[in-house]
Design a protein around this ligand. Structure first.
Ligand code: AMP
Ligand code: GLY
Length: 438
């Protein structure tokens, strides 16, 4: 099989690497890719949001499967263009990608499907926003209805700041979703979907704030780990039943079946798991630790999903133990990252160092984005995985670069206290499909 991955970040590096480990895969191509993917795959300087260019590239390399990393090509309809050209694509149609592209649409689908989520109002005027803020009270949650590159959501106790954000969104022509605040730990649950059935992956957790102790502004994600030793044992089954299956059924009923990765962002509230957001692609940086534990042939599974039939896939085999990913960020991230600095201490082709924002300049590895690397560690305990990741990170130098020191720290301490020195089973764990339920 020849696989083409679209995108250029750490997530795409991890996807391309996981596909390359599938024995059915001969060649892996990435567009545009990065210096990390260049170590084992062929990079192509093609814009992933340009449907015609992507179809041309897929044809010219004889791609059997295209895996779309970021949301922008999906919202732009690149998956539709590929399917129209008869090329298997893992990623939803533009119509189904609205689950991420429009918060108001996602809310409408969840309401019709009876999926547990925060109560919300979709507003088109500042007066409606003010009324909704009063209905729900503080802390206020205000969301830009359109894609806003991670900057669309403001959670604040300050009513004026809430109104200011809403005004900015309305002035840029977008609707505003005001929500009830959901309390409880956040979990990212990914499901590989074929339009009817889902293959859920183990839950992961992402650290969104820039600073230790969850301080400072929101970022694209400063680190992640998986699995979650503290998560309820039935979480995956419960979310499959209450969220994933009804959402897939609802999308099918609307004539826009969801084929691709459904990212369910959850808050584990005192009244059960509730959806904070849907995304329509793998999360970053959760994907990097997650895929590093997957033992199943990923490309074959994604192709089965792309063809609308996961029924032959028994489940996802996942290695025992834990994986932690820590992001090395550029000075000034997220507000104004300084790029173009020399990165040293990297071993070429290291599968545990995923490139998120790097570029080769005159043969020298340099930083080219806010998030530069995702550095992985593995272990039989979270403490062990953390230690490996932070030791690997210490060997890498980026002037002015920084990282959080507390990725997975609390969970590792709780795990150590509970004496859980192993995952629940010493054998590779299997996460089953929800075929029986849907
Ligand atoms: P979103 O882009 O919708 O995931 O929102 C980004 C972040 O804002 C989430 O990861 C949460 O930390 C926070 N957030 C969003 N919606 C809510 C909510 N209803 N209650 C509490 N926090 C929220
Ligand atoms: N890790 C958050 C996201 O991918 O949206």
């Amino acid at each position: 099989m020849t696989v083409l991955v679209l995108g250029s970040g750490g997530r795409e590096h991890a996807l391309a690497l996981a596909c390359s480990r599938d024995p059915a895969v001969g060649q892996v191509h990435v567009a545009p890719g990065n210096p990390g993917t260049a170590a084992f795959a062929t990079n192509h300087p093609v814009d992933p949001t340009d449907g015609a260019a992507v179809v041309d590239l897929a044809r010219s390399i004889g791609a059997d499967l295209v895996v779309v990393g970021p949301e922008a090509p999906l919202v732009a309809g690149v998956a539709d263009d590929l399917r129209a050209a008869g090329i298997d694509c893992f990623g939803p149609s533009a119509a189904a990608a609205r689950l991420e592209g429009s918060k108001a649409f996602a809310k409408e689908v969840m309401a019709s499907a009876g999926v547990p989520t925060a109560d919300s109002r979709t507003c088109t005027t500042l007066d409606e926003v003010a009324a909704a803020l009063d209905t729900f009270g503080a802390p206020h949650v205000i969301k830009d209805d359109g894609l806003a590159a991670g900057k669309g959501v403001v959670v604040t106790a300050d009513r004026q700041a809430a109104l200011d954000h809403a005004r900015d969104c309305l002035e840029s022509g977008h609707r505003v979703v005001v929500e009830e605040f959901l309390d409880g730990p956040e979990v990212s649950l990914f499901a590989i979907c074929d339009g009817h059935h889902a293959l859920p992956m183990p839950p992961a957790q992402d650290f969104k704030r820039v600073g230790d102790g969850d301080t400072g502004p929101n970022t694209g994600g400063m680190g992640a780990y998986t699995p979650l030793p503290w998560a309820p044992e039935n979480l995956v089954d419960e979310v499959s039943r209450t969220v994933i299956a009804p959402t897939l059924a609802q999308m099918q009923d609307r004539g826009t079946p969801f084929v691709g990765l459904l990212y369910v962002g959850l808050a584990l509230t005192s009244s059960g798991p509730k959806v904070v957001e849907f995304n329509v692609r793998f999360g970053d940086p959760e994907t990097e630790p997650l895929l590093s534990l997957v033992d199943s042939p990923l490309a074959s599974i994604l192709r089965a999903a792309a063809r609308g039939d996961l029924s032959g896939v028994e489940g996802l085999r996942v290695r025992s133990g834990f994986a932690v990913g820590v992001v090395l960020a550029s000075e000034g991230y997220p507000a104004c990252p300084v790029t173009g600095r020399a990165l040293t201490g990297l071993e070429p082709g290291d599968p545990d160092v995923l490139h998120a924002g790097t570029r080769l300049v005159d043969g020298r590895m340099t930083s080219s984005g806010g998030r530069v690397l995702v550095v992985l560690g593995h272990g039989e305990t979270l403490a062990g995985a953390r230690q490996e990741s932070y030791e690997r990170l210490a060997r890498i130098d980026l002037p002015g670069g920084f990282h959080r020191h507390d990725i997975a720290l609390r969970a590792a301490e709780e795990q150590a206290r509970a004496g859980l020195h192993d995952t629940s089973s010493p054998d590779p764990t299997c996460v089953g499909t929800d075929k029986e339920n849907s």
